[in-house]
Design a protein around this ligand. Structure first.
Ligand SMILES: [Zn+2]
Ligand SMILES: [Zn+2]
Length: 542
């Protein structure tokens, strides 16, 4: 019997978490996430895992198991289900978060909410979710019982001893599996470089209440809309400060409604107001809980910061709390929002200048503790950039786990006859870009965009007779983003292009002429300003 664990994403980047578990030829996906584009992925909206190796084995795929409701774990669900509609298992909130998102895409998904420790058997798979504390309620690790032993996936977790919902990471259950013997542990690496323990989510309540108590004007708090415990603490601080609360932003409205429905968020109904009602209240009775903690350009906070929100115009007496730190790729956008707010004279408290945020991911001492509890025979760090994976592997060696393997996207771990081996680059696992409405490999397009962004564009238009080599009009030269001294460059390009066309033997053909124009123009620009713009030769055959 062979058991394999392959990685389609999340090992080498924060985002698009997706693993493929294979037992005797049958497949289950573990998480189905997306990644937000990096700064150099110009114009790309989202980055997805490459599902091709799984989709082409459609008949073997039994299900998807979700650990929790964050975008980097459920965000590409609809893109996968559209190709292969298999049952999806997750905790109640995870499934509730996933539901409207797949429905938006017109997919009738088979979403199945399961309780922690409720064993699911489907095909060759037998697994259960085990509760962990994280920055979204109802987060889970997963335990698979396989013919080659028990595989534990930590999910995204921390060991918060006093979580807001009083439901800490279920160490007792993990320890139980540890005693039975765990063959392989896959563990969250996000904070493997951070020493010590991450403070409890509960430590934020006091500082939030303090800020609200001392605020003269309105209080606006932005956080992840999925961070229901943070929203709860913001609501509690607002209520303690005698304020009414308005939820602003599509996902904040949607998620707070879902969480209230599931009894995971408790807000006194009489204290929740609409934006219209809010406008009639005095500023010191107003609290707004909104989206935009990641600087997303069209989210509520970003619009307020740039003075373009439809109903909220910020004033210097207002207080803004960004209860988050930027995830990789969003630093610049968040910084822009903070600068815009500062320009308005608003008091800004954020994760880096006030104790208004804690991470949802275990730091070193928590990771070591967890490994000691699970006591696996082998460990593979997951969920992290390379540096995080390496740091986590080091922790695993420190606690004496016998086999530690650093894997990357595309690698496959094979468990067979008591041995664990790693195949490198077995699965296609490149970035799949969602660009506008198209999905696919836009590497060439991205190269062009970077090229355009770096060196600009030059357009050369010439009327030309290929039979005789006569230049009827032009060369006319236009450029964008090449130089502020455009006229001189245009003249130099025109002269060089004319010269090279005149040097062509006739009769010639359009392709040759086009090539000549492109290289002559390129050389002329390189010579005068040392740039390599994208050159468009437009040859009008006369
Ligand atoms: Zn995650
Ligand atoms: Zn997460």
């Amino acid at each position: 019997m062979t058991v394999k664990v392959g990685f389609l994403g999340g090992l080498g980047e924060i985002g698009r978490n997706c693993a493929v578990i294979e037992i005797d030829g049958e497949i289950a996906l573990l998480d189905c996430g997306l990644m937000f584009p990096e700064d150099d992925m110009l114009g790309v909206d989202l980055v997805l895992p490459d599902f091709s190796s799984v989709v082409e084995r459609g008949e073997d795929v039994r299900c998807i198991v979700l650990t929790h409701g964050h975008e980097d774990h459920i965000g590409s669900l609809s893109y996968f289900l559209r190709q292969l509609n298999v049952p999806v298992f997750g905790s109640a909130l995870t499934v509730a978060f996933a539901k409207p998102r797949v429905e938006e895409h017109g997919i009738a998904a088979d979403l199945r909410a399961v309780e922690p420790l409720e064993w699911v058997e489907i095909g060759a798979f037998r697994f259960a979710l085990v509760r962990v504390a994280h920055s979204v309620p109802d987060a889970m690790g997963v335990v698979f019982e396989t013919p080659e032993g028990i595989i534990v996936h930590s999910g995204d977790f921390k060991l918060d001893p006093t979580p807001i919902d009083a439901q800490p990471t279920d160490l007792a259950t993990f320890a139980g599996f540890g005693r039975r013997g765990v063959r392989l542990l896959l563990g969250d690496s996000t904070n493997a470089e951070v020493p010590g323990f991450v403070p409890s989510e509960a430590t934020i309540g006091g500082p939030l209440a303090d800020i609200v108590a001392h605020a003269d004007g309105r209080v606006i708090l932005a956080c992840f809309a999925s961070h229901i415990h943070r929203v709860q603490q913001a609501v509690d601080a607002a209520v303690a400060g005698g304020r009414k609360v308005a939820f602003v932003g599509r996902s904040m409205l949607r998620n707070s409604a879902i969480a209230t429905e599931l009894d995971l968020l408790s807000v006194p109904a009489e204290l929740v107001v609409s934006l219209d009602e809010l406008a009639k209240l005095p500023p010191d009775q107003i609290a707004v809980i909104c989206t935009g903690s990641q600087g997303e350009p069209f989210a509520a906070l970003s619009l307020m910061a740039s003075g373009s929100h439809r109903s909220i115009t910020l004033e210097s007496t207002d207080t803004v709390i960004i209860s988050a730190t930027p995830i990789p790729g969003n630093e610049t956008a968040v910084s822009r929002v903070i600068n815009n707010l500062s320009r308005l004279g608003v008091a800004v408290h954020h994760g880096r200048n006030a104790p208004v945020h804690v991470s949802g991911h275990a730091a070193q001492d928590e990771l070591r503790t967890f490994m000691n509890v699970v006591k696996p025979q082998a460990f593979v760090p997951v969920h992290g950039e390379y540096r995080h994976l390496r740091a986590n592997a080091e922790l695993a060696r420190q606690v004496g786990i016998p086999q530690v393997e650093i894997c990357h996207d595309g690698d496959v771990v094979t468990l067979e006859d008591g041995k664990l081996t790693v195949g490198r680059g077995v699965l296609p696992a490149g970035y799949v870009y969602l660009d506008g409405s198209g999905i696919g490999d836009v590497d060439a397009v991205l190269r062009d965009r970077r090229h355009l962004a770096d060196d600009g564009v030059l357009i050369v238009t010439v009327g030309y007779v290929v039979a005789t080599g006569e230049i009827v009009f032009g060369p006319d030269v236009d450029s964008h983003g090449v130089s502020d001294n455009a006229d001189d460059i245009h003249a130099a390009v025109a002269a060089r292009v004319r010269q090279s066309l005149e040097g062509l033997e006739t009769p010639t053909d359009l392709d040759t002429a086009r090539r000549k124009v492109r290289s002559a123009a390129g050389r002329a620009v390189k010579k005068s300003v040392d740039r390599r713009p994208v050159v468009f030769p437009v040859i009008i055959e006369v």
